[in-house]
Write a protein that binds this ligand. Structure first.
Ligand code: ZN
Length: 305
């Protein structure tokens, strides 16, 4: 490969990652398909994501630049939801069945180069949370997939070698921190239009994406239907069963707190919400809290009170 070509490749990846970091406020805000069109290299627009395909291989490069996973409200269709290997790492499926498909070759080549990829994870229709850098560690041709690493496991694992339990736990928790949690947060906050479901507070810095029932152990990504946007206080109240949410989306406050007299947070922030409906919910029905999950959680709230 001529040196010039190699230089362009690494410069493009570096500039793309730098630009995304600025545009997303260091990963805090997601980016839309429209906004992605603003990226330029050497004063010329350069596409970072392919409109039609999951894998973007610009003609100027010999390998893939980015991969994309489209949004689905239930989370089930996402490849990384059910494709966690025994080592705790995620898998990315081939394009189709043909190992020599141009896009699969482009992934194999980026793996050979050890170059960073950008992973655009859909958090709403046409809105993405970019995760970068991610690397492809090895290929599993029988399963038609690549092993994907959000810069956690490189140098620590190799194909076919069993991973020690301690390392596996490390990989799972770091993958959660770098990939699952940011994607879940972005998805939930977006669906709730950055508002607390209980009190409608609208400051992202004061909001969390809460799980209705605990996340699965193996690091599957939680669907938006298992999420609620809650402010810090209401999240803590929900997690400690001070506050419960009925399956019909009405808030309940634990009985003993209702008897208590105290300052404005207790009076307005907690007691004042008792018997009231949630104040913010996703517009799309498919994104609203799952009734069965709410029932399960509400039963635990009743049992704790
Ligand atoms: Zn709140």
């Amino acid at each position: 490969m001529p040196a010039g070509e190699d230089d362009f490749d690494s410069r493009l990846r570096r500039e793309a990652i730098r630009w995304l970091t600025v545009r997303t406020h260091d990963g805090e805000t997601p980016i839309s398909w429209q906004e992605l069109q603003d990226f330029e290299l050497d004063g010329k627009p350069f596409r970072l994501m392919d409109a039609q395909r999951g894998i973007r291989k610009p003609k100027e490069l010999t390998s893939a630049l980015s991969i994309r996973t489209v949004y689905s409200a239930d989370g089930a269709a996402r490849p990384y939801d059910d494709e966690v290997g025994p080592d705790g790492l995620l898998r990315y499926k081939w394009r189709g069945d043909d190992p020599n498909h141009a896009e699969n070759r482009a992934l194999r080549e980026v793996m050979r180069q050890g170059a960073p990829l950008i992973w655009f994870v859909g958090i709403a229709q046409g809105v993405y949370k970019p995760i970068y850098p991610v690397y492809l560690l090895w290929e599993e041709p029988e399963q038609q997939q690549f092993v994907i690493d959000p810069e956690v496991a490189r140098g620590l694992v190799s194909p076919g070698r069993p991973v020690e339990e301690q390392l596996r736990r490390y990989i799972i928790s770091e993958t959660k921190r770098r990939l699952h949690q940011p994607v879940f947060r972005a998805t939930v906050l977006r669906a709730y239009e950055t508002r607390c479901a209980v009190c409608a507070l609208r400051h992202a810095q004061l909001l969390d994406a809460a799980h209705i029932v605990a996340d699965r152990e193996e690091g599957g990504i939680a669907a938006v239907r298992n999420g609620l946007a809650l402010c810090k206080i209401h999240h803590a109240a929900y997690d400690s069963s001070v506050l419960g949410i009925r399956p019909d989306l009405v808030v309940e406050i634990r009985a003993d707190l209702l008897e208590e007299i105290d300052g404005p947070m207790l009076e307005h922030g907690l007691k004042g919400r008792h018997g009231q409906s949630l104040m913010a919910l996703p517009r799309a029905r498919a994104e609203q809290p799952d009734r069965e999950l709410l029932e399960q959680r509400y039963a635990a709230f009743r049992a704790a009170g």
